[in-house]
Each structure stands twice: as structure tokens, then as C-alpha cells.
Design a binder for this molecule. Structure first.
Ligand SMILES: O=C(CO)[C@H](O)[C@H](O)COP(=O)(O)O
Length: 227
């Protein structure tokens, strides 16, 4: 079943617990947490203290997307704070296999992320050890960007590899995923849909989440029908 991983980057941080509860009422099942360091990406967001507060505010899984240099240095702190899933960038890890193993050693689900300019072939060797692959459909760093259409082919390619290799990692997609783009990524094989600006909107968050999921589930039904 496809899931909405709502990105709190687009929420009102001053009312974070309420924002999360509202998105959950709309059907969101994963909290997507964008961690940015001002080096790997040109923006700064939040770190383990915020994850610790979120942990106390929700029982939903916390999916931490580390857009940071030297992620190994911070993986234990995110585990301690209560993260359930951590994804690290192929482009940020000198020893990707080691970083993914470190996440698993800390009892969290490991994910690998690829930027729009990175081809799927680069991560083939680590696919057997990941729980999910995050395909960036914008250049990381900011919410509210325009979806890059070539991402659909990259998701399709990954879904084909998953089948050929007999693996069952999940495919997450992040960036510009909204009511008008979500059907194409689901049709291509995505199962975890990150959405920030398409969901969080004062007074409309719950409704936005519900509408988003309705479109995604219709595309999922068509996908299983044509499989
Ligand atoms: O990782 C991110 C940016 O690096 C965000 O999660 C992503 O862009 C989601 O925001 P939106 O749905 O508004 O595009």
C-alpha cells in the first residue's frame, strides 16, 4: 500500500505537534524529517533535539533524511533521539556500505538517497542491504520546488531492478510530489510519497493529505490492475 510521508519542512514549526496530528488525521503514516547542515545543501534545518521532541509527540515512524556531510558522525545521536528510519545520500558517503550498516547496527531502517544527477547504477551494490531507496525529484535543499519529470524514468528503472534482483526494498520519492505529479510516480513504482507543500496549508492540511492519498491510491489500483 502506498503511504504518505508528510514532510514537516513545510509545516509551522511553532505548532509542530498539532501539525503532525493534523496530517496524520488526513491519512499520513510516516513523518518525513529533513535534516540539512548548510554544507551538503545550501540550507539549515534541524537536528536530534527536534527529533527527540517529535518522538514524544507522535507514535508514527520518524523517517530522517540526512542531507548532511559526514552522516556517520550523527547517526548514533539520531538513534538516541528516537528516529526509526534514516536515509543517507550516496553523494555524501565516502563509505556508503559502512554508513548503511551503522544505521542498521543502531536498530533503524537504512535508506539510500540519490540526487537527480545520480544514476541508479551507482547504488546497485547496496540495494540488498537497504530497506528503502529515496529518489530525489528536485535538487535537495528547499521545499516547494518544481518536480523534475525525468524522475519518473529513474523510479521505473529502480522498480525494474528490484524485480530482476528479487529484492523488496521500498521506493520513496521526494520533491515537488503533489496532486498533479503523484499519479506518475506511483504508476512508475514508488511506494512512499514525500509531500510537504502539497499537504501543509493553514486550515487545509487534513483535507490536502486526504485528497493527495486518494489520487495516489487510484494510481496504485491502476498499477496493480495492469501488472
Ligand atoms: O527534501 C526536501 C528538500 O530537500 C523536501 O522533503 C522536499 O522538497 C519536500 O518538499 P515539497 O513537497 O514542498 O517539494
Amino acid at each position: 500500500m502506498v503511504e504518505l510521508a508528510f514532510s514537516i519542512l513545510a509545516s509551522d514549526f511553532a505548532h509542530l505537534a498539532d501539525e503532525v496530528a493534523t496530517a496524520e488525521r488526513g491519512g499520513g503514516t510516516i513523518v518525513h524529517v529533513d535534516v540539512m547542515d548548510g554544507h551538503f545543501v545550501p540550507n539549515i534545518t534541524l537536528g536530534p533535539p527536534m527529533v527527540k521532541s517529535l518522538r514524544a509527540a507522535t507514535t508514527l515512524p520518524l523517517d530522517c533524511h540526512l542531507m548532511i556531510e559526514n552522516p556517520d558522525q550523527f547517526i548514533p545521536a539520531f538513534a538516541e533521539a528516537g528516529a526509526d528510519m534514516i536515509s543517507v545520500h550516496y553523494e555524501a558517503c565516502r563509505h556508503l556500505n559502512r554508513s548503511l550498516q551503522l544505521i542498521a547496527d543502531h536498530k533503524m531502517l537504512p535508506g539510500v538517497v540519490i540526487n537527480p544527477a545520480t544514476t541508479v547504477e551507482n547504488i546497485v551494490e547496496v540495494l540488498p542491504m537497504v530497506h528503502y531507496v529515496l529518489v530525489m525529484s528536485v535538487n535537495p535543499g528547499f521545499g516547494g520546488q518544481k518536480f523534475l519529470p525525468r524522475s519518473v524514468d529513474r523510479i521505473r528503472h529502480l522498480a525494474r531492478l528490484r524485480q530482476e534482483m528479487g529484492l523488496n526494498f521500498r521506493i520513496e520519492v521526494d520533491g515537488g510530489v503533489a496532486h498533479d505529479t503523484v499519479a506518475s510516480v506511483v504508476e512508475a513504482g514508488a511506494d512512499m510519497l514525500v509531500a510537504g507543500s502539497a499537504v501543509f496549508q493553514k486550515g487545509r492540511t487534513e483535507e490536502n493529505a486526504r485528497d493527495f492519498l486518494r489520487v495516489a491510491r487510484e494510481a496504485e489500483a491502476l498499477r496493480s490492475f495492469s501488472a
